[in-house]
Design a protein around this ligand. Structure first.
Ligand code: ZN
Length: 389
């Protein structure tokens, strides 16, 4: 697992855009970084965990319009549901949790600095945009900055295609390069906008949002930036490039969780093939079984959610609960050491689960006379794996 560079480990995990509740892909990402959080705490480190919620962005506004509801109400409802899901999944909460709207003064300051340094530029607006100051254009970052790392193995054209697929706007007229990302989007008719001094009224770009929240909460450099693998490009590449353009370093390590599929396709809002944590909870599925199903896969692995995965996890949970129900049991010293060793080895959760399986199996078949051993296992599983037995 990534080593922290100081006594305070800093981790920034990219949050959701709250227009649909938590699906298993989000849950798997959250659990992956929660595992790292817990491993760092177990090492005796103080952890500063920061996250965001992108509570104003194009997909949220589009969904609110499609549903005929107020975008801010939709964002607040879905953010609250996400928080409930995280609590149910025993994900330790962030110390700093900021929304894009709250971060607007930080974004405005950073975008102004980038303009002053010549690392950003204005793009003229189409007629009707820009409110009282249509002469002030949208602001884009200059992606020609050498800090921008393009995707290894992809040429410029393929990178542009990926950029478009993942929310970028390569075809926007007036940009210097198709890959330049938006920093500040000016006011459009019917869209929310906030005044931002010399930038004019508008709203923040996505990548700069995470850059400035991380910078404020964690400083110029921090240990880990995390998210699902689909955030690797452009989001993490661009947010790190922005951090460097602002004079900082951003994350020392970027860590990405694998994608969760359903019936052979990646679970995503755009495909609509979502399994929601809240739906599973409503159906009476124990959230600890959901968490165990996630932990049965290495965080970086792609995997598929299906009934069998959930049934296996539910059975494991039942077995573990039965095994820790007595006062005495097999000695747990080696089990605890193996769980810790597995997590230290790049958060090898499946190996940690196997160690607990082995102890539980011995406990249920052979028993044991070490008083308090079941309690040791229950507390270790709770503290290190986030599984409440
Ligand atoms: Zn982010």
């Amino acid at each position: 697992m990534p080593a922290a560079t100081g006594p305070v480990a800093g981790m920034y995990v990219c949050g959701i855009t709250p227009y649909d509740a938590t699906h298993l892909g989000h849950a798997a990402t959250a659990v992956a970084f929660d595992l790292l959080h817990r491993a760092w705490l177990d090492e005796g480190l103080e952890v500063r965990f920061v996250s965001n919620v992108t509570d104003v962005d194009d997909p949220l506004l589009e969904r609110a319009a499609a549903l005929g509801v107020d975008w801010a109400t939709l964002a607040a409802e879905q953010s609250a549901l996400y928080a409930d899901d995280m609590t149910a999944l025993a994900v330790l909460p962030p110390q700093v949790y900021l929304g894009a709207v709250e971060a607007i003064p930080l974004v405005a300051d950073a975008v102004t600095r980038l303009l002053d340094r010549g690392l950003a530029y204005r793009v003229p607006l189409e007629p009707g945009a820009g409110g009282a100051h249509p002469e002030l254009g949208d602001v884009y970052a200059d992606a020609h900055a050498p800090e921008v790392e393009l995707v290894p193995g992809l040429d410029h054209d393929a990178t542009v295609a990926l950029f478009a697929e993942r929310g970028g706007d390569p075809a926007r007229p007036g940009k210097r390069d198709p890959l330049d990302p938006a920093l500040w989007r000016r006011e459009r008719p019917g869209e929310p906008a906030w005044d931002a001094g010399v930038l004019g009224s508008g709203r923040p770009g996505w990548h700069i949002e995470c850059t400035v929240i991380a910078e404020q909460a964690l400083g110029d450099a921090f240990d880990v930036q995390g998210g699902g693998r689909d955030l690797c490009f452009p989001h993490h590449a661009m947010s790190t490039a922005h951090a460097k353009a602002l004079g900082g370093q951003g994350a020392r390590v970027q860590l990405h969780a694998g994608m969760v599929a359903l019936a052979g396709e990646k679970m995503s809002k755009s495909l609509g093939n979502l399994v929601l944590v809240s739906t599973l909870r409503t159906e009476g599925v124990d959230p600890m079984a959901v968490r165990l199903a996630i932990l049965a896969h290495h965080y970086s692995q792609d995997w598929e959610w299906n009934d069998e995965v959930l049934a296996t996890a539910t059975e494991r949970l039942t077995t573990w609960r039965a095994a820790v129900s007595g006062n005495g049991g097999p000695d747990a010293t080696a089990t605890l050491a193996e769980v810790r060793a597995a997590l230290a080895e790049d958060l090898e959760a499946p190996r940690a689960l196997a160690a607990v399986d082995s102890w539980a199996s011995t406990s249920l078949t052979l028993g044991g006379d070490v008083e308090g051993a079941p309690g040791v296992v229950a507390r270790a599983v709770d503290a290190l794996l986030g599984i409440r037995l």
